[in-house]
Ligand binder design. Structure first.
Ligand code: HEM
Ligand code: HEM
Length: 245
């Protein structure tokens, strides 16, 4: 892509030779398109709402189930987006083999972290695990019951014993999500304090300031229509499963 903003360090007038200590040129790169950011902050809000409504219970279970459908639709959307979304959102750009993961982990331990424009190879796997965990949680909710008045829409397809077993899994599995989120948020703050890399700002604005040498920075065209169509498709699939199956 064309750098949007470039700040090469000016050479000092008295010493035209490049100084080894001169700061590297920095470019301002668009990394996370709006659908990725909307997805991320959407699932954060929904996860909080889901945990609160499940714990309050009673009539709030209706909202628990609605929020669960919204979570399911968002995660389905993100999986599809992982194939046809922006360059850094695609699974092919951040799901890497064990060699790349080990190399990255070693670079972290040496304190000479490899630069990555999007997710790094270690973070990439944590994102795959988070998506799988959210999908599992939402899918098992469809078969869960609270023994009072709230039955997931697919309870009718399984025996009461199986629904109870799935419900018990659904209640325990959320701790796996909490563990993954705790690691995820700790890692994000570790990057902020240890490497002075503000990933949160990037997930809010979509932009990162990176050394010009961190390449490539593939740019993408407008993705809005594609994102809206895919989101409509995901919402339709969830609606069909809940209402028509
Ligand atoms: C509460 C539950 C949370 C969940 C389930 C979650 C999940 C995720 C997922 C799935 C991604 C990948 C985004 C994508 O590629 O589409 C991601 C990235 C990210 N999340 Fe979260 N997140 C949570 C909370 C947070 C919080 C509270 C923060 C900030 C303090 C945060 C900061 C970030 C950042 C900065 C990235 C980008 C990481 C990178 O640059 O590789 N997340 N998160
Ligand atoms: C990622 C999405 C979801 C999360 C994070 C989540 C979280 C939770 C949690 C933490 C509980 C346990 C509350 C407790 O132990 O008191 C629970 C219970 C329950 N959830 Fe979900 N849930 C999700 C999706 C769904 C969906 C889609 C449905 C159904 C449409 C659903 C239906 C239920 C039911 C019926 C219970 C009651 C179980 C009981 O009272 O024993 N959940 N959920």
């Amino acid at each position: 892509m064309t750098p949007i903003e470039s700040n090469p360090a000016p050479a000092p007038a008295a010493d035209p030779a490049p100084s080894p200590a001169a700061p590297a040129a920095i470019v301002d790169v668009r990394v996370w398109e709006w659908p990725v950011r909307a997805f991320h902050w959407g699932i954060v809000v929904l996860l909080v709402a889901l945990v609160v409504t499940a714990n309050v219970g009673g009539s709030w279970m209706d909202w628990h189930m609605r929020a669960g459908y919204a979570m399911l639709a968002l995660v389905l959307f993100r999986v599809l987006w992982g194939f046809v979304g922006g360059p850094h959102a695609r699974f092919s750009s951040f799901v890497r083999g064990p060699g790349a993961v080990l190399r990255y982990a070693r670079s972290l331990m040496r304190g000479a972290k490899e630069g990555h424009v999007g997710h790094n190879p270690l973070g990439g796997w944590s994102i795959v695990l988070l998506l799988l965990a959210l999908l599992t949680q939402a899918a098992t909710g469809l078969f869960a019951n609270d023994d009072i008045s709230s039955d997931g829409p697919l309870v009718k397809f399984v025996t009461k014993d199986l629904s109870d077993a799935i419900t018990s899994f659904h209640r325990r599995h959320v701790w796996w999500i909490f563990a993954l989120v705790a690691i995820h948020v700790t890692a994000v703050f570790a990057y902020l304090f240890a490497f002075k890399e503000n990933l949160i700002h990037a997930m809010l604005t979509g932009r990162k300031r990176l050394p010009a040498s961190t390449s490539p920075h593939p740019e993408h065209g407008p993705l809005t229509v594609r994102a809206l169509l895919l989101f409509a498709l995901s919402a339709f699939v969830v609606w069909w499963v809940v209402k028509k199956l």
